[in-house]
Design a protein around this ligand. Structure first.
Ligand code: ADP
Ligand code: MG
Ligand code: ZN
Length: 193
């Protein structure tokens, strides 16, 4: 029988770069910590932009976080007593993160996942869109368009690369609204004959 307070759930915080996803994740897990609820926060070990064992926002807020290689390592690292599980940069995890997060919620954990919902070409950035479809609560964040100041849902790459993942925040990407976003930018470098 269902009894209130015994069940877990999933919260997804998604949106483009600079939209405050990490800030919001840090705010939510910090509130739980203040309430003395056992919290563990994770990030993919691929993301070493800032401090190693922390989630850090562009506004320099931070919370301690364990870097993990993949969703299997994350599942293994979650302790029995933990109630709130925070996960940042979910787009850098494998697709099995969806099942891992579902399992944690079934085991009674409150899972808060933050990540990009679109890549730099505005394609769905898995596993975040699937996570959002499995979540009880979804918060779509918007940044401020670097060009015009409108609410921005897209991440514009401003350096040339065909790689899906180019790390390094402010010098490589801008938040853009749908009018200012242009996937053909920056110009492809011309090959020398
Ligand atoms: P995300 O995790 O979504 O990339 P962060 O939480 O790390 O975002 O950073 C959000 C902070 O970034 C904002 O509070 C603000 O201080 C700063 N910021 C820099 N550029 C922008 C922008 N274009 N729009 C909104 N916030 C920005
Ligand atoms: Mg972030
Ligand atoms: Zn704009």
């Amino acid at each position: 029988m269902y009894r209130r307070g015994e069940r877990g759930w999933v919260e997804v915080i998604c949106g483009p770069m600079f939209s405050g996803k990490s800030e919001e994740l840090i705010r939510r897990v910090t509130r739980s910590k203040i309430a003395r609820v056992p919290v563990q926060t994770f990030k993919p070990s691929i993301d070493v932009r800032y401090a190693r064992a922390e989630v850090v926002s562009h506004s320099s807020l931070s919370v301690e976080a364990s870097p993990v290689a993949d969703s299997a390592a994350l599942l293994k690292a979650v302790r029995e007593v933990t109630v709130v599980v925070g996960i940042d940069e979910a787009q850098f995890f494998d697709q099995a993160l969806v099942e891992a997060v579902d399992d944690l919620a079934k085991a009674g954990k409150q899972v808060i996942v933050a990540g990009l919902d679109l890549d730099y070409l505005s394609r769905p950035f898995e596993p975040v869109p699937t996570l959002a479809s499995h979540a009880e609560y979804v918060t779509k964040m918007l940044a401020v368009c670097h060009r015009c100041g409108a609410p921005a849902g897209h991440t514009q790459r401003i350096v040339h690369s065909d790689e899906l993942v180019v790390l390094g925040a402010t010098d490589s990407y801008e938040a853009r609204c749908r009018l200012c976003y242009d996937p053909t930018e920056p110009e492809q470098p011309k090959l020398l004959e």
